[in-house]
Write a protein that binds this ligand. Sequence first.
Ligand code: ADP
Ligand code: GLC
Length: 482
Amino acid sequence: MHLLSTASEAYPLVKTGGLADVVGALPAALAPHGVATTTLLPGYPAVLKAAGHAKPVHRWPKLLGGEARLLKAEVAGLDFLILDAPALYARDGGLYGDPTGIDWPDNWRRFAALARAAADLASGAVEDYTFDILHAHDWQAAMAPAYLRYAPDAVGATRAKTVVTVHNIAFQGRFDASVFAELDLPRAAFALDGVEYYGGVGFLKAGLEAADAITTVSPTYAEEILRPEFGMGLEGLIAARSARVSGIVNGIDPAVWSPARDPHLAQPFTARTLTRRRASKRAVEQAFALDAGDGPIFTVVSRLTWQKGMDVLAWSLDDLVAAGGRLALLGSGDAALESAFLQAAARHPGRIGVRIGYDEPLSHLLQGGADAILIPSRFEPCGLTQLYGLAYGCVPVVARTGGLADTVIDANDAALAAGVATGIVFDGVSYDALTRAIRRTAALYARPDVWTTLQRNGMRADFSWGRSGRRYADLYRSLIAA
Ligand code: ADP
Ligand code: GLC
């Protein structure tokens, strides 16, 4: 079975968050189930650089108004197609915005072009390419099934079945109605069951209408987005299509995230050799200028945003220190939150260390050296950092929402007695709930036997892609058979 997977980022070529980890890990997750994956990405400078030897395989004289080429490359054992359209992607700054963080004004064109290229590939309109399934991730790729739906049949080709995965329904790709005229779609597409969305154009909405199947990245989030507080305006559409919606939890890529062979740790370790974590803990203390101490080191590796509950965490830091904890935070995001954390670090030298920025190797060291990872998200479609924490003996302290609720087992008395607890789960993202969870974590940490059991339970749990890879493959097969 041939799969075309398309998204705006994929590890190891370009990453700003968990989407990249998942898109990068899918090919290996699917291969054992007879699925051969090709991943289509925009040709940002970083992608073109990583795929230096890419070879041109197709040319569009006009793709959303501009010339574009399709390049083929193999990187890190994965098959990529790269959409080389310099007018759209050859820019300094971020994937989605300029160096100051403001969205590129033509993002609709940048990602409509990606989706249009994917639809051409999936409809058989690009010579030498046929695919059984087109899998589009998030709003940046979601127009692909919509383009496919309105595309004419290519002679002798069968068009792919389509899946849209929602990694975060808060990001929908909404644009002014005026862009519709340039999207290269038939007039009929500007309709309630097409791309029209609250009077404008909705990229994710269009994909959710057109897709043969919809998935989200955890079963709990699949339920949550049926409610207005999580569905963000799309709850009605999700409910109407609920027979085609499923939640498939993300896995983690053992080639990238295994403490037994992680080059970024001071010393590798396993569940049996947990004392070897100490060397990485010392390295964390040094990197964040933390005093030595008996209490737990909490870590945060996150976008600093409202979704992630970082405002509530910022209020709770004096209590974290009062409970005997220390904090090593790595993240970037909202300027006000960045400065709140920097101020807390200034208030508590030796107890709170803050690194503003993005640092992949340091994120590994933190998982392998800190004691607990704080994830007080208001919503979390899946979340990957709690899974990395579980795999690395960095006990997750999480809000009960989305994928966090599906992957962490709270250390309540029953779970401790049954020997199945893996973390601390709290309800409602509030100052009270979070500070109580932090105190509870510190109390558990003070009981070394209990703590070690928590760590080992997490490390022995299975968060590989095994089951989820099979579920995606089964879904694809059911669509092909239908
Ligand atoms: P989201 O995609 O919503 O940001 P996830 O938990 O799914 O959240 O994935 C976040 C990914 O980004 C993880 O791989 C995490 O380690 C990584 N990450 C987040 N912030 C940073 C940072 N400042 N430096 C390095 N890695 C980071
Ligand atoms: C999104 C979500 C996150 C999820 C990731 C990968 O970024 O916010 O919860 O883990 O996608 O699916």
